[in-house]
Design a protein around this ligand. Structure first.
Ligand SMILES: NC(=O)c1ccc[n+]([C@@H]2O[C@H](COP(=O)([O-])OP(=O)(O)OC[C@H]3O[C@@H](n4cnc5c(N)ncnc54)[C@H](O)[C@@H]3O)[C@@H](O)[C@H]2O)c1
Length: 314
């Protein structure tokens, strides 16, 4: 593996993935060239292997700049978040659906089909969840964001069948702990719990203490993205789509574990003001069984203290 493309490289997951690719390579082999795509970059690259391609992945001319030299792997992380895509349908469709198809069609020109890892989402399940979700649960997205991501999964499987890419879609749960305040993000409370309680600052969350979410640290999430790009393709299910394994925890369980880590006074810093809409979207998740994903080598954090360590380490 030597030339890797990452879309959405300036995002929360993208930045951690890029650091891992530069430090550890892919599948034990160094990355010779890393082509990063995003609408803008905060700083010029600090590593000579990195090329920054600024602009929208909706623009074929911008995308074409990434294929300068054969491509070995693409991590497609760029997206318009659910809330923003709901407010601006055209933008969501253009980035979350059309650009995904555009990328896959572009890769037809490669002599060898590159590995293609697509960041899908648990939003594909929608709000009418069964009592237990497993790998046979039919998705039923409740937002255009989830519908477009689900369509992207099918497009990745179809492009794989056609031999354009060696694809794999992974459905990401709530990835923690995103730095910053997460302004405008409905799920911001999930990451803020970590940073605010570590800093000893008060926090009001829009969910109940009993609310249950599916959690993964950004470190374990990136482990899974890298694994999806390197696992023997013959082991992948023809659907080419997997639910990432998760830790299923109540908000209260996480707060208690954070208090164990950072100080017993932390419990009292959290005020619970449930908003029924947010509770339903982010804190009402049933048990989840992912035996196929685990057998493939995909991971969750294992236990709550490891989740906290890995969420805050990156
Ligand atoms: N973080 C989570 O909890 C979570 C959960 C489920 C799914 N996901 C998915 O995982 C992926 C990565 O998530 P994240 O948290 O890093 O997201 P993020 O919003 O932090 O990063 C996405 C990046 O994509 C970029 N982008 C948006 N439009 C673009 C365009 N037109 N052209 C080029 N770049 C564009 C943004 O500038 C941003 O840097 C996304 O596809 C997201 O849908 C994330």
């Amino acid at each position: 593996m030597s030339h890797v493309v990452v879309t959405g490289a300036e995002g929360f997951v993208g930045q951690v993935l890029v650091r891992r690719l530069l430090n550890d390579g892919l599948n034990g082999r160094p990355v010779r060239r890393l082509s990063l795509m995003d609408v803008r970059f905060a700083a010029p690259p600090a590593d000579e292997r990195v090329r920054q391609i600024e602009g929208s992945i909706a623009d074929p001319a911008v995308r074409a700049r990434a294929y300068d030299g054969a491509v070995d792997a693409v991590f497609h992380l760029a997206s318009v978040p659910g809330g923003a895509a709901e407010k601006n349908y055209e933008l969501g469709r253009e980035i979350n659906l059309d650009a995904t198809l555009g990328l896959l069609e572009d890769l037809r020109a490669q002599a060898q089909p590159p590995r293609f890892v697509f960041a899908s989402t648990i939003a594909v399940y929608g709000e009418h969840l069964p009592a237990e979700v497993d790998e046979h649960t039919l998705p039923n997205p409740g937002l255009s964001y989830g519908a477009h991501k689900l369509a992207g999964e099918y497009l990745v499987a179809d492009a794989t069948r056609k031999g354009w890419v060696q694809g794999c879609s992974l459905r990401l749960p709530g990835v923690v702990a995103r730095p910053g305040e997460g302004v405008g993000m409905m799920s911001a409370f999930m990451s803020l719990l970590f940073w605010k309680l570590a800093a000893g600052e008060p926090l009001t969350v829009p969910v109940s203490r009993e609310g249950v979410a599916w959690w993964i640290s950004v470190g374990a999430c990136v482990d899974n993205l890298l694994h999806a790009a390197t696992v023997d393709p013959a082991r992948l299910d023809p659907r080419r789509s997997y639910q990432m394994p998760v830790l299923r925890l109540t908000v209260g369980e996480l707060v208690t574990a954070l208090a164990r880590r950072f100080g017993a006074d932390r419990e009292a810093l959290v005020t619970y003001q449930p908003d029924p809409f947010i509770e339903k979207l982010f804190a009402a998740y049933p048990p989840l069984a992912t035996p196929q994903a685990l057998a493939l080598g995909l991971v969750n954090d294992g236990d709550i203290q490891t989740l906290i360590t890995r969420a805050m380490a990156d």
